[in-house]
Design a protein around this ligand. Structure first.
Ligand code: SF4
Length: 329
């Protein structure tokens, strides 16, 4: 179903003559880790080390790989600038390339004249063909370029929709290619244009408006309950692409100005059990914003993103609610 260019990875190892190579895979590919390890070690002279910790994105790149290996191959994600500049790291993206021409033609009537196309990294390879098909159907199509966190035109992350923002003034609506709500929800929060979601595998077409409203209601409740908190745990993540210490500094200063108590907690893997020992009234998570937004029900105390904490601490109005995007210059 999906394509992983293992031959390119093996050629890279051989060409550069690495003796030991670490491989890092997201959870969805860990089932293939041993097969990939066998393939790479038999196609090159390198010893392969499998990194077993959870991996959620290129934001979670194992930058400490030189302690164990000469090089790192990161599977499943595109680089977040400036990761691509490390010549001892190779990124192998997952690509899925079904023919979606029929689906696009079918839904074309439901789209306005000017359309922006977005996709997750697995489906960015479909954007060019989708654009050509929509143009055949008389549409004007725009593909935005994101900031340094975004590698491909039109690509979105669960925390970054700058490719959508860059063309939002030119389009009447967006067409998002991908599965699930995780990524299109980020884009739907970030731009004020209608968002049609096409699942490239099943052809299902849907809107994320309802999911967005549901999430907003939950976020409102979390913010309201954190307003009366007297003590906060401000969480800073050690993952290379999630460290927002500057935001933590700003929020801690504000909490203290209000005469409340702030504790800074620095950690790598944020989860409900890891926070249990810390007796506070609310958590503020400066790491991946989706931990608070998507998983808040798993935590015993209200957990807020940075922009939500600004509302709870009186720095921003609820009417100016913003998705807590992580952006790179
Ligand atoms: S949404 Fe979270 S896990 Fe995904 S790239 Fe952004 S910070 Fe990383």
């Amino acid at each position: 179903m999906f394509n992983l260019d293992l031959n390119a990875a093996a050629s890279w190892i051989k060409k550069r003559g690495y003796g030991t190579v670490a491989i890092q895979l997201p959870e969805g590919l860990k089932m293939d880790a041993l097969r990939i390890s066998d393939f790479l070690s038999s196609s090159s002279d390198a010893d392969i080390i499998v990194l077993g910790d959870p991996c959620y994105g290129a934001c979670d790149l194992f930058t400490d790989y030189r302690r164990y290996a000469d090089a790192l191959i990161h599977f499943g994600h595109s680089p977040i600038h400036p990761q691509e500049n490390d010549e001892d790291i190779f990124f192998v993206e997952v690509r899925v390339n079904p023919d979606i021409g029929g689906y696009i033609r079918e839904l074309s009537d439901k789209l306005p004249k000017k359309v922006g196309i977005l996709a997750t990294v697995q489906y960015v390879g479909l954007i060019t063909a989708a654009k050509a098909t929509l143009e055949e159907m008389g549409k004007e199509v725009f593909i935005g370029r994101g900031d340094g966190r975004i590698f491909h035109p039109g690509q979105v992350l669960g925390c970054n929709f700058t490719s959508a923002m860059s063309v939002q003034d030119k389009v009447d609506a967006f067409l998002y290619l991908g599965e699930g709500d995780f990524h299109p929800l980020a884009a739907a929060f970030g731009v004020s244009k209608p968002m049609t979601v096409l699942n490239p595998i099943t052809g299902e077409v849907r809107s994320v408006d309802e999911a967005k409203e549901r999430m907003l209601r939950k976020r409102f409740a979390a913010i309201e309950s954190a307003k009366s908190a007297e003590s906060f745990l401000v969480i800073v993540c050690t993952k290379s692409g999630q460290d927002r210490s500057t935001s933590a500094d700003m929020l801690i200063k504000r909490i203290e100005e209000l005469g409340k108590k702030a504790y800074r907690l620095v950690m790598n893997e944020i989860g409900p059990d890891a926070l249990l020992p810390y007796r506070v009234d609310a958590y503020i998570n400066t790491a991946c914003p989706r931990i608070a937004m998507d998983d808040s029900a798993r935590y015993q105390k209200p957990m807020l993103t940075v922009t939500e904490a600004e509302i709870a601490l009186g720095l921003r109005e609820w009417e100016k609610y913003e998705f807590d995007a992580i952006t790179n210059p």
